[in-house]
Design a protein around this ligand. Structure first.
Ligand code: ZN
Ligand code: ZN
Ligand code: ZN
Length: 156
């Protein structure tokens, strides 16, 4: 896998460095991770790495097109290796979990604006929001616990 990551960096015209390889490897294991999470993973492998260095690597890899940066509203930037397609994301409103959603339309922009006001349109930003399966289960068991308490109170 490490040789594959070497190739990814070289194909993008980037110098192969230990921090870049470590960040790429960390993202393979945690797609849509934020800089803090990646820093935690990278530090295990390269203890001398600073958070600033991880930000630097993420910036360089994003500029080179190796990573895609997404910024769901209210959440710090997340990074992923799936680049070059027009996929969207579904974000959990409770825990912030992110999943990929293939674009039904295919190419950007997947929505046609009703009026462009003379602008040329390159893309439309689409984010789906909802509850992830884990948070749905938690909400259900909470509701069940609440109704059990309610039953107990109303039967006394
Ligand atoms: Zn959730
Ligand atoms: Zn994605
Ligand atoms: Zn789309």
């Amino acid at each position: 896998m490490i040789t594959q990551l070497h190739a990814v960096l070289r194909e993008a015209g980037l110098k192969v460095t230990a921090p870049r390889l470590a960040v790429l490897a960390a993202i393979e294991n945690a797609p849509h991770a934020g800089a803090d999470d990646l820093f935690g993973a990278v530090r295990l492998e390269l203890p001398g790495t600073s958070l600033q260095a991880v930000y630097g690597v993420l910036g360089a890899l994003t500029t080179a097109g190796v990573l895609r940066r997404i910024e769901p509203a209210g959440s710090p930037a997340r990074y992923e290796r799936r680049v070059g397609d027009n996929h969207h994301h579904i974000v959990c409103t409770t825990c912030g979990a992110v999943a990929d959603v293939d674009c039904v339309h295919g190419d950007a922009p997947c929505l046609a604006p009703s009026a462009t006001n003379g602008f040329t349109v390159q893309s439309a930003e689409i984010t789906f929001w909802g509850l992830c399966p884990k948070c749905q289960a938690a909400a259900q068991s909470e509701a069940a616990a609440a109704s059990a308490v309610h039953d107990r109170l109303s039967s006394t």
